[in-house]
Design a protein around this ligand. Structure first.
Ligand code: ADP
Length: 639
């Protein structure tokens, strides 16, 4: 016997060497093994076994060299089975790697069935040869079923996994998709070359082994798997964080709404204490004075609480993307003057100089969200006054660019206060962030103001800049695009503002022969609204539910109806809708006014669209209430 390794096996020998090396490296690897890793290992081992068997077959299954024919037949059979089995293992690995959700498990089952049928044929062939055999003379022959039986399974395994790869390609991460594609293509090339050269070049297994190498180093090496695992953990953590954040915003929104309702009662009742104690008798003067001070304290604390709640509500609206800006024509000089009047008092109370610099060339009217512009100004100026102990606060208002009807409004607020350290500059815009807490602890604040200001400015398409020297003072500059809405030039903004403001104050008035219906499920709130309206000398009928209100509307004529929104059984909007359809209702034409703690942006428009004549938010502002009543009553009923 003189066996020698044929030259055409050199590729397979090389492949055997590198696959063996890979197997050894992989054995020492630690880390978590996933389902695909296990399938990959099994595929790799079958491939190694197929290479060994192939080398043995081509070296020893040679009858001329004296190998018994039955040994040759068994070697040939094992060679074919090992090849088919390794392509089947590749298909199983592909299915598991592509189909992470286990949707295509049926494909893996079919792969096993195909292999089972093939294996059975090969077993029968050992007893009754019809696929491959050796003649008595030692000649190796293939039957006509050789190609269908031996080639169909690997072709099926390769094509089915390639089709699956193409179908799912866009859902896979790029690295996985392209690696699997490269491994399949290289194996296919090897198989095609082997078939085209009639087996002269044995490249199918070496190319398959190369595919194994690629897959190992790109997808199955432990460092990449660890990366994937931590990416997955990060993704889950990110989702949890987003969810928690959303939950927090929702919670804050609903909580602030809930708090507003009782706050209405607190502030309203307090207003009553203040009014009644002012008119106390001389004998009770001292006692009443004390009660009055208590009342004042409640009012101050209540107002602080209310502004905090409003800030939280604003922030949660911004975070949940529900903050909507309105676009309406407003008189900028009036806004500026209002804000300055308020701030000048605060600054002068602290002994600070309050300086206003304006650009006389600026237009009077803009389109924009006046309320939010006011909020931005108040916040920045408030901080300037709050964080300055001596010196001055200067506000300068200029226009920067003028293009057609669009200008950039630049508002700069300079103070000579405590200043901000360079390293704290970024932080001050974060929600709940306050810097220099040791120095500032005596100054009240929640750290929400600047965060809201910045978000509002971004929503408006503007920007905010800070320049500060620690211990010397700060400059907050805001640039907001606004559209000119006509009017003249803002030459003398103080006079302009006052002129505009005139006539807007509601004169004190009384009513004649008026009857109002108040609907609210909260008795405290009913009492508060009733007290506010009492000074109008109207008859006030209060009810605590929708049914009762509908009943009253059928029996008595009212001049105005004030309706709460959130009520058990029937809410305010339903009461309005039913009352409008009710043929017995004699108040179908009576203006119905929504009076609610639901102070979300855009609610006003929504209520008006539903059919309400007006909208008042709680806690009730008595001036606003009076203005609404005045607006909806006919002249002959006003005294
Ligand atoms: P706060 O309610 O604490 O005032 P803000 O969000 O308005 O919250 O401001 C955040 C922080 O920025 C403040 O706590 C303060 O440390 C700093 N800051 C803001 N404006 C000024 C200013 N004009 N001078 C100095 N520090 C300021």
């Amino acid at each position: 016997m003189n066996y020698s390794i044929p030259a055409k096996l050199y590729f397979e020998l090389a492949a055997f060497a590198y696959l063996l090396l890979l197997g050894i490296i992989a054995t020492f690897e630690t880390g978590v093994k996933t389902r695909t890793t296990k399938l990959f290992r099994s595929f790799e081992r079958f491939m190694l076994a197929a290479l060994v068997i192939s080398i043995l077959t081509y070296t020893f299954a040679v009858p001329e060299l004296g190998t018994p024919l039955w040994v040759c037949l068994i070697l040939r059979t094992m060679d074919s089975v090992a090849c088919v089995l390794s392509s089947q293992q590749y298909a199983l690995y592909m299915v598991a790697g592509i189909d992470e959700k286990g949707k295509y498990t049926i494909l893996a089952v079919i792969d096993w069935v195909v292999f089972g049928v093939y294996g059975l044929c090969m077993l029968i062939n050992l007893v009754h040869p019809f696929i491959l055999w050796y003649t008595a003379e030692g000649e190796y022959l293939h039957g006509s079923l050789f190609v269908p039986v031996v080639f169909t399974p690997p072709v099926y395994f390769m094509t089915s996994s390639l089709i699956l790869l193409f179908v799912r390609f866009k859902d896979l991460d790029r690295r996985r998709g392209y690696t699997l594609l490269a491994a399949s293509v290289i194996t296919l090339i090897g198989t095609v070359i082997q078939a085209a050269t009639g087996g002269a070049l044995l490249l199918s297994l070496p190319c398959g082994a190369m595919g194994v190498m690629i897959v190992y180093y790109v997808l199955e090496a432990p460092d990449y798997r660890k990366l994937q695992e931590s990416n997955e953990k990060l993704r889950i953590a990110e989702q949890n964080a987003i969810r928690a954040n959303r939950a927090k915003s929702d919670f804050l929104a609903s909580m602030s709404h809930e708090i507003r309702t009782p706050m209405n009662a607190v502030l309203g009742m307090d207003e009553m204490i203040l009014r009644e104690t002012e008119a106390g008798s001389v004998a009770d003067q001292e006692k009443l004075g004390r009660i009055h001070t208590y009342g004042e304290n409640i009012r101050d604390a209540g107002n602080v609480l209310l502004s905090i709640i409003n800030d939280i509500l604003d922030l949660s609206k911004i975070e949940s993307g529900k903050m909507e800006l309105v676009r309406e024509k407003y008189h900028f000089a009036k806004t500026l003057q209002d804000v300055n009047t308020m701030m000048r008092i605060r600054a002068e109370q602290k002994g600070l100089r309050y300086v206003v610099e304006t650009d006389g060339e600026m237009p009077e009217y803009f389109y924009g969200d006046e309320l939010r512009i006011r909020q931005i100004l108040v916040n920045i100026l408030n901080n300037a006054v709050k964080y300055t102990e001596k010196g001055s606060v200067t506000i300068s208002v200029t226009q920067k660019e003028l293009e057609g009807r669009n200008i950039t409004l630049r508002i700069a607020v300079r103070d000579t206060g405590i200043g901000i350290r360079k390293e704290d500059m970024e932080q001050i815009f974060g929600a709940f962030e306050r810097v220099d807490k040791e120095v500032n602890h005596h100054i009240e604040g929640t750290g929400l103001g600047l965060s809201i200001v910045k978000q509002l400015i971004i929503l408006m398409g503007g920007r905010i800049e800070v320049d500060s020297s620690f211990g010397e003072g700060s400059l907050f500059a805001v640039e907001i695009p606004q559209e000119i809405a006509g009017g003249g030039l803002m030459k003398n903004y103080e006079a302009d503002g006052e002129q505009e403001g005139a006539g807007q104050e509601v004169q004190v008035f009384r009513t004649k022969d008026c009857r109002f219906l108040l609907v609210d499920d909260n008795r405290m709130n009913l009492l508060v609204a009733k007290h506010f309206l009492d000074e109008l000398d109207a008859e006030i009928v209060s009810v605590t539910g929708g049914e009762e209100a509908l009943e009253k509307m059928r029996r008595e004529k009212y001049d105005l109806i004030f309706m709460d929104h959130m009520m058990p059984e029937m809410d305010g909007v339903q009461v309005l809708e039913i009352s409008r359809e009710d043929p017995e209702n004699i108040n179908r034409e009576t203006p119905m006014i929504m009076m609610t703690a639901n102070a979300l942006n855009g609610m006003r428009e929504e209520y008006l669209q539903t059919g309400f004549a007006d909208y008042i938010s709680k806690p009730i502002d008595s001036k606003q209430l009076m203005a609404v009543v005045r607006h909806h009553l006919p002249e002959e009923k006003i005294l």
